[in-house]
Design a protein around this ligand. Structure first.
Ligand code: FAD
Length: 499
């Protein structure tokens, strides 16, 4: 790399993905050596959804040096302790996939083995009773973890926020650190005939934007990665058959709940995401099982407040680009693929891809082994998240044809292995650095009705009375922790109410 010539990074698209990339690159790359530009089109706009997150977003905000309360005020955010799944396992079931720990590991033995043995001894309390996050969510309580770094049984939080406000917030951050924003439409993408590398973008008004590395954040269209480079798409519709969503915000309800709710319907599910100024709602569904009109009816009849507008339809094919980086084009966000928002993972996948891009940042010329390592790590991450989402659909006992199809479909081998391992003796193995840890798999497996046949023999090391006392102690400790917390509403009013 020639240090006298800045390396030109061009970000195409200014949705959540584009501005996360711009903010992170501006934060970590010295402006004397890197020139970062971002082009976005006001006429095209952004997808305008994407309001629920996972706790890792705290790391992004911290890396950028953002003050959490200022961020909350700027983005109309609320706290999120997990996701409540209503009607997902059986039609009348209800559970929370909460962040943070469930119970406590005893010696080397994970908690679920004691919980499972407890069932044999007549202990009927659900996993929720052993999770600070679940108990606080149901009680409408919130406080931040007191210890840094948080201890295993501390509360763990993520956020619900207005995605457009977050993109604007990061936009101001990035531009203040030297990112050059261009407004306008990309009309054409020039490539080098020999290398296939993108050389420049043509913008309206006869402008040309040349670059060395291009980050495609143009949303579903994938203008560079697909339009210009043509990497191809691997569709996962046979495992995740929902292909449409209707989004419709509504007025706030009296209680500001600190969790996302996901309610299963006859051919899909509905999200409910409480923000400070409104509630985000949407119905994700399978168009071969329900019409758009009926899906809209289901959505509007399940709102907690007055609808703010008409439902907006979004069509998608779940899956991923065959590769995420080819030549000098890296795709992020919706340009890189789509996983439905059931576990609020898309923004996180942007965050972790940008982090990975920094790790593999080209040193002048682009190295094929870097590209290959980047792609295989990203594919691994996407496929594990995909498996976790498939689990919600597959392990169900609902009667409707859509759900029976999901229950009987063949699932990826990697998921079958996880399911069989858990069914046998409650064991959960986390592959490498896959995103969801043991407590997540545990809560969703059990919540969806997958109860292990047995448990680890170490759970028999204690007497029945000792196991019962241990479980009771853990429940009391959770209840006490939650009793001492303020309400979510009061916490926000005190620290981060948007003005
Ligand atoms: C129904 C639904 C619900 C979702 N819910 C969640 C959620 O709860 N949590 C979560 O983490 N994620 C969620 N997501 C995903 C999340 O919305 C996206 O990952 C995130 O918003 C990033 O989008 P993006 O920036 O890739 O694309 P977009 O927001 O579509 O941005 C694309 C950008 O490219 C620009 N552009 C496109 N074409 C051109 C052109 N020719 N010239 C110039 N500029 C151009 C646009 O102007 C825009 O700036 C959801 C997605 C959907 C569809």
């Amino acid at each position: 790399m020639h240090v006298d010539q800045p390396y030109r990074i061009v970000i195409a698209g200014g949705g959540t993905a584009g501005w996360i990339a711009a903010a992170v690159l501006a934060r970590f790359l010295p402006p004397s050596r890197y020139e970062i530009s971002l082009v976005e089109s006001d006429a095209i706009g952004t997808v305008g959804v994407g309001e629920a997150t996972i706790p890792q977003l705290q790391l992004l905000n911290a890396a950028l040096g953002l003050d959490e309360f200022a961020f909350m005020r700027e983005t109309q955010a609320t706290y999120k302790l997990g996701i409540e799944f209503v009607g997902w396992g059986a039609s009348d079931s209800r559970y929370i996939h909460a962040f943070g720990a469930v119970g406590r590991q005893i010696g080397q033995t994970p908690f679920q083995h004691f919980w499972r043995r407890g069932r044999d001894l007549g202990e009927t309390a659900p996993l929720d009773a052993y999770s600070v996050n679940s108990a606080a969510a149901y009680a409408g309580k919130f406080t931040r973890a007191k210890s840094h770094p948080p201890q295993p049984n501390d509360i763990a939080h993520a956020f619900h926020f207005d995605a457009s406000l977050y993109a604007r917030y990061l936009g101001a951050y990035a531009q203040a650190r030297g990112v050059k924003r261009l407004e306008g439409q990309i009309n054409a993408v020039q490539t080098d005939a020999q290398s296939g590398h993108v050389t420049s973008l043509s913008l309206d008004g006869d402008r040309t934007l040349p670059g060395d590395l291009f980050i495609d954040c143009t949303g579903f269209r994938g203008l560079l990665i697909e339009g210009a480079v043509g990497v191809g798409y691997e569709a996962w519709g046979h495992w995740l058959p929902c292909d449409r969503a209707l989004a419709l915000p509504c007025a706030s309800a009296p209680e500001l709940t600190p969790f996302t709710r996901s309610t299963a319907h006859r051919a899909g599910w509905q999200w409910r995401i409480p923000l400070q100024h409104r509630i985000g709602n949407g119905h994700v569904y399978c168009s071969s099982h329900i019409s758009d009109d009926e899906a809209a009816q289901v959505l509007t009849s399940g709102l907690d407040g007055e609808a703010l507008g008409d439902p907006r339809i979004l069509k998608f094919t779940t899956g991923r680009r065959k590769v995420f980086w080819r030549g000098n084009v890296v795709a992020l966000g919706l340009a890189s693929g789509f996983l439905e928002p059931l576990e609020s993972t898309s923004i996180h996948l942007v965050q972790s891809a940008v982090e990975r891009l920094l790790k593999f940042l080209p040193n002048g010329t682009i190295n094929a082994v870097d590209v290959s390592a980047y792609n295989s790590q990203t594919i691994f991450e996407w496929e594990r998240v995909r498996d976790f989402i498939i689990l919600h659909y597959h392990a169900n006992s609902r009667p409707e044809p859509f759900w029976r199809d999901c229950a009987t479909m063949a699932v990826p081998d990697s998921l079958t292995e996880k399911l069989e391992l858990f069914r046998a003796n409650g064991r959960i193995s986390r592959f490498n650095e896959e995103l969801f840890a043991e407590p997540g798999w545990l809560q969703v497996m059990v919540g969806q009705g997958v109860i292990p046949d047995g448990y680890h023999p170490f759970a028999d090391n204690q007497s029945p009375a000792e196991v019962k006392e241990l479980l009771a102690l853990l429940r009391r400790s959770v209840a006490k922790q939650v009793a001492d917390m303020p309400s979510h509403e009061a916490f926000i009013a005190r620290h981060c109410r948007a003005v």
